[in-house]
Design a binder for this molecule. Structure first.
Ligand code: DQA
Length: 140
């Protein structure tokens, strides 16, 4: 089972970005933990981050045939991106949506996700553990 981990806009800033909301763990640290966990669980994963919607779409399109599932933190695109939804539906790979923060305990606009209803599941509010739980869900 090969999982593609996708991080959307601004997640490259983790570690210094609003640490009260997102914590102090950096993206490379999160990705390293996920890579180790995937192997422990008998699978594999590769991670990719982009601040560009189109690059994320291209990466999702290219995932077909190379990955079995997608673990995605779409960042702010969660709340806005019809094209991201369409790309995920278009390739037909199962995906889990994750968020570090509890999006339901923040501004009202963050409660809206254009992806949640077509995701296999959604995990929100557990910091970096959200990714680990999502990976466990996909690999189990
Ligand atoms: C986020 C929540 C989004 O609302 C926000 O725009 C992000 C990060 C999270 O992981 O908590 O960039 O996806």
């Amino acid at each position: 089972m090969r999982v593609l981990v996708l991080h959307g806009p601004n997640l490259n800033l983790l570690g210094t970005r609003e640490p009260g909301t997102y914590g102090t763990r950096t993206l490379p640290e999160i990705d390293a933990r996920l890579a180790t966990l995937a192997v422990e669980l008998g699978g594999s994963c590769a991670s990719f981050q982009s601040n560009h919607e189109g690059v994320l779409l291209d990466t999702i399109h290219a995932a077909r045939g190379h990955y079995d599932a997608i673990l995605i933190n779409p960042g702010g695109l969660t709340h806005t991106s019809v094209v991201l939804r369409d790309a995920l539906l278009g390739v037909g790979l199962p995906f889990v949506e994750v968020h570090l923060s509890n999006v339901h305990a923040r501004e009202p606009f963050r409660r809206i996700s254009l992806l949640s209803d077509v995701a296999r599941g959604v995990i929100t509010g557990f910091g970096p553990l959200s990714y680990e739980l999502g990976l466990r869900a996909l690999l189990s």
